[in-house]
Each structure stands twice: as structure tokens, then as C-alpha cells.
Design a protein around this ligand. Structure first.
Ligand SMILES: C[S@@+](CC[C@H](N)C(=O)[O-])C[C@H]1O[C@@H](n2cnc3c(N)ncnc32)[C@H](O)[C@@H]1O
Length: 286
């Protein structure tokens, strides 16, 4: 499937919701192990957000908690971070990790129907969540509605599948065993992969100062480590959990074989990661 075609993949809202409801425990288990790669997206996202003490930030699709947790330390005691997600189960680990961190509150919210007043936020962030929303246009319009004039939104999405080695390899193996459902679960991730696609959504919603940039990294890892397991369970956990052990083991073996083809003679593997960051500001006058 081409990246352009992937923009038009059908997303079943009921299935998406069920998938995320079931994914909470996997994300909670692996969020810390994935902190390093996730931080490579978090840092530029937070830079572009330009949070100041006293700001109110709405983090959408907050999942296991980033960037909301880091943002809470940037807005200080006079600010507020609202960490929201469609699936309350996804927020369980974030709540625990946050402890009594102030000023951070959690709540369920569908980003296409936000339970917040017009112009009530200084900043909106969404890290790797917009792709899963069937009506992504409506979600961006909601971002604009809740932001004050001159407010800023920053959204991270995945770049092309071929530039995301971990997902590309895992997807090939899992789809070989589980068929098209597995491929569909993965393909949604790349729905906004085409350069300019997310920026266009912001322009169409009436934002100004719209920019979109690539975050590209190549991280070294080693074949003798199960570096792929967190991503496997976070993306495919609900599909894998009912499978007989013998099939799970076969999938693990095939994954190691797939990555072995990419390893150098020293056992090192370079994993490319490509995310895209779109940033925009709400106009100060109409
Ligand atoms: C890949 S996770 C990202 C979590 C977190 N932002 C991160 O980067 O680690 C995607 C999240 O999007 C959430 N999500 C999916 N559809 C949503 C919607 N319509 N409104 C709000 N959140 C949604 C899911 O529940 C899930 O927690």
C-alpha cells in the first residue's frame, strides 16, 4: 500500500476504541522501555510548544503520559496540564507514574468532541495520536476552537512505514502469521506519513504560521537484545494475547530472523525512525 493510499484507509471507530481499551496494560508495561526513542520525538515537540510558566496545556491522546508529564514541570505551579485520552485504560499507567505531580490532571476525552470551552487553552499537544482518529479534520478544528487567539498546537505523527525500521519489520512478520487484521492495525500508524498532509489539515482549519518538519534518527541496537518486544506488544498486544504459545514463539523466532538480515557482522543494527512534527498558531484577529 502506498503512503498516499494509506491516507484513505478505512478506520472502524468501534474497533479502534476496543483496541486502545485493551492496549492499556501493554503500554503501562513497556512505556519506560520505550522512553528513549519516544524522547527523540518529545524533545523537539516540547521545544516547538514553547511552554511558559502559567500556561494551560491540553495534551490529546496522552496514553502512557508523555509529553504531559514533562510539560507539567515546564508550566509550573501557576499552570495546568490536562492529559486526556479516548481510552481511560490507556491513562492508568500515566496516572500512577505522575503520582501527585501538580499541576497535572487526567480525564477521558474524544479529541473530535472536546469537553472544554472555546479559547480556554494556551497550548495543545498530540503525540502520535491523530492518525487513529477517523475524522482527523474535526480533531484539528477542535484544537483550533479550544485554543485562545495566538495559541499554539503541535502534533507528532509517524513518517513513512519504510523509514520506520522497527514497525516495517514487525509488521511484515506479524501479518505473515495473522493476516490482514495485523496489517490494518499497523497501516493506520502511517496515515499522515505524506509530507505536508498534517500541515494541510492545520491550514484548512484556519491556523496560521503552519510548519511541518521531519524528525529522523538512526539508533544503534544489538541483535542479541529483544529490543523489538516493547513495540511488538504495544502495537499488536491485543491481537497476540489469545494466540497459542507455539505460534507466539514462532513469531518471536521469525522476528529475530528478520532483524538478523539487517545486522552487521558485529551484531549491530541501525533502526531508522521517522516522525513528523506539525506546528501552528491560531490567528490573533479574524
Ligand atoms: C500511539 S498512542 C500515543 C500515546 C502517547 N501520546 C504517546 O506518544 O506515547 C495513541 C493514543 O491515541 C488515543 N486515541 C485514539 N483515538 C482517539 C480519539 N479519538 N481521541 C483521543 N484519543 C484517542 C489512544 O487511546 C491512544 O492512547
Amino acid at each position: 500500500m502506498t503512503d498516499r493510499a494509506s491516507q484513505h484507509i478505512a478506520i472502524d471507530p468501534g474497533r479502534e476504541r476496543q483496541r486502545w481499551d485493551q492496549s492499556g496494560p501493554f503500554w503501562d508495561r513497556w512505556a519506560d522501555a520505550m522512553a528513549d526513542p519516544a524522547d527523540r520525538i518529545n524533545r523537539p515537540l516540547l521545544e516547538r510548544l514553547d511552554l511558559q510558566p502559567g500556561h494551560r496545556l491540553l495534551d490529546l491522546a496522552a496514553g502512557a503520559g508523555e509529553p504531559a508529564l514533562t510539560a507539567a514541570s515546564l508550566v509550573g505551579p501557576d499552570g495546568l496540564v490536562l492529559a486526556t485520552d479516548l481510552a481511560p485504560a490507556m491513562l492508568t499507567g500515566a496516572r500512577r507514574r505522575a503520582g501527585s505531580t501538580a499541576p497535572l490532571v487526567f480525564g477521558a476525552a474524544d479529541m473530535t468532541r472536546l469537553p472544554f470551552a472555546d479559547a480556554s487553552m494556551d497550548r495543545v499537544s498530540c503525540r502520535l495520536g491523530l492518525m487513529f482518529v477517523p475524522d482527523d479534520r474535526q480533531a484539528v478544528e477542535e484544537m483550533r476552537r479550544v485554543l485562545r487567539p495566538g495559541g499554539r498546537a503541535v502534533v507528532a505523527v509517524w513518517g513513512p512505514r519504510a523509514d520506520n525500521t522497527l514497525f516495517a519489520e514487525l509488521g511484515r512478520v506479524v501479518a505473515r502469521h495473522l493476516g490482514p487484521d495485523a496489517d490494518q492495525a499497523l497501516e493506520v500508524l502511517f496515515r499522515h506519513a505524506d509530507p505536508g498532509r498534517t500541515a494541510d489539515l492545520f491550514r484548512q482549519a484556519g491556523f496560521s504560521d503552519v510548519s511541518e518538519t521531519a524528525v529522523l534518527t538512526d539508533a544503534a541496537t544489538r541483535l542479541d537484545r529483544p529490543f523489538w518486544r516493547p513495540a511488538l506488544e504495544m502495537v499488536f498486544g491485543p491481537l497476540l494475547q489469545g494466540l497459542p504459545m507455539v505460534i507466539r514463539q514462532q513469531i518471536d523466532t521469525d522476528i529475530v530472523r528478520a532483524f538478523a538480515r539487517l545486522a552487521g557482522s558485529d551484531g549491530k543494527i541501525y533502526l531508522r525512525m521517522h516522525a513528523r512534527l506539525a506546528a501552528a498558531i491560531t490567528p490573533t484577529s479574524v
